[in-house]
Design a protein around this ligand. Structure first.
Ligand SMILES: *Cc1c(COP(=O)(O)O)cnc(C)c1O
Length: 371
């Protein structure tokens, strides 16, 4: 089976994990602090706080910004539902907004429209732009909307480590940026995540919340607020550190391969290709099928021929946990997300695959569409 993607773990990576295991320092340790510093250098500034998952990062970000009951937060309807779940978990209300048909991301004008028509009663306090599949949201335009409506910005860059907007890496455009190192992302620690912020006091609070709300004192330790155990292990951090120097090379290769898929699939009339936005890191290559195609039947047909293809992301508003509860002010505005959820198809894609592998996928896909 040609998998949708593969983790890219070479001997360096596995040896560095073995080295940490042999040291006996398994929970938070030196590797964690080094990984945080190296990630901050990679992102071009700020302080990084590594955590146990991307979802933990999103949750901590909202807690640290004091968002809770009585607040509303703008979240794209098309995302992995963890974005909206984090808002619900702090007791706030996610306001789902639609996305653009070819970037699969929110746009400044969609956000402005929702804010202009928001009936309340909760004040909208924050926006969580999702850089879906590594496609950068227009953060210049979004920041203007955030300024006009006095919103805090939490970037869900879970699948967008290394992607950029206007020449700057994603993550530091708002108050906090969040990343995931799940195996479906380009750099993986098994499970894992990170937050980045330019605000040193906020970083200190995030570190404290990550570790039970504890601070070290001369006498030992004190628990100054209620926190979590969202720490990453030392051996996971070692795994991440081994991959980080290679990440930009992997992303460049993904850009070439995404262009290659675009060429291979350009003439297929049932297929709408993803927008090639500058700075895209191509964590996933998802296209959208015409309504005439039964997407789920196509997934099964491809699987029978040894190709794993899958749903891209979800329309949160269609999930049982959200049905009817979290729609945007104007229900009509969540229609593109529903269509992407129904007709989106993610193809096998990662830097280890070459042009021949992609050509094989394209040929099988075309045959399956037409027989
Ligand atoms: C992967 C992902 C998450 C969740 O990250 P985990 O590390 O699996 O918890 C959240 N948001 C988006 C957009 C993602 O792609």
């Amino acid at each position: 089976m040609l998998r949708i993607s593969l983790p890219n773990l070479d001997r360096d990576a596995t040896e560095s994990v073995q080295r940490v295991l042999a040291s006996g320092q398994l929970a938070h340790g030196d590797e964690c602090e080094r990984f945080e510093n190296e990630l901050a250098d990679y992102l071009g500034g700020g302080e990084v706080v590594i955590v146990s998952s991307g979802t933990a990062a999103l949750h901590l970000a909202l807690v640290a910004l004091n968002i809770g009951p009585g607040d509303a937060v703008l979240v794209p309807d098309f995302t992995f539902p963890a974005t909206a779940n984090a808002v619900r978990l702090v007791g706030a209300r996610p306001v789902l907004v639609d996305v653009a048909a070819s970037s699969y991301c929110v746009t400044p004008s969609i956000l402005r429209h929702t804010l202009d028509h928001w009936p309340g009663p909760e004040p909208i306090r924050a926006v969580m732009p999702v850089h879906e599949f590594g496609c950068p949201v227009d953060m210049t335009g979004l920041k203007q909307v955030a300024t006009d409506f006095n919103l805090q910005v939490i970037e869900d860059a879970a699948c967008a480590l290394g992607a950029s907007h206007a020449g700057s890496k994603l993550g530091l455009f708002g108050e906090i940026g969040c990343f995931s190192f799940h195996p479906r992302k380009t750099l993986t620690t098994g499970e894992g995540g990170a937050l980045v912020t330019a605000d040193a006091a906020l970083a200190e609070r995030l570190r404290r919340l990550r570790n039970h709300g504890m601070v070290r004192t001369e006498q030992g330790s004190e628990f100054v607020e209620v926190g979590f155990n969202y720490r990453m292990t030392n051996f996971q951090a070692a795994l991440g550190r081994a991959q980080l120097p290679k990440l930009d090379g992997w992303i460049s290769r993904r850009r070439e391969l995404a262009l290659h898929y675009r060429t291979l699939l350009a003439g297929v009339s049932e297929v709408r290709l993803p927008a090639d936005v500058a700075g895209h890191s191509w964590q996933t290559f998802m296209m959208v099928l015409d309504d005439s195609v039964d997407r789920n039947a196509l997934i099964l047909k491809l699987r029978e021929q040894g190709i794993e293809a899958s749903v891209g992301a979800q329309a949160v508003s269609l999930q049982p946990a959200y049905r009817g509860s979290a729609r945007a002010a104007d229900a009509k505005t969540v229609s593109i997300a529903a269509r992407l959820h129904r007709q989106g198809l993610a193809l096998p894609f990662c830097e280890q695959y070459d042009e021949d592998v992609l050509a094989g996928v394209a040929t099988t896909l075309c045959k399956s569409l037409h027989d």
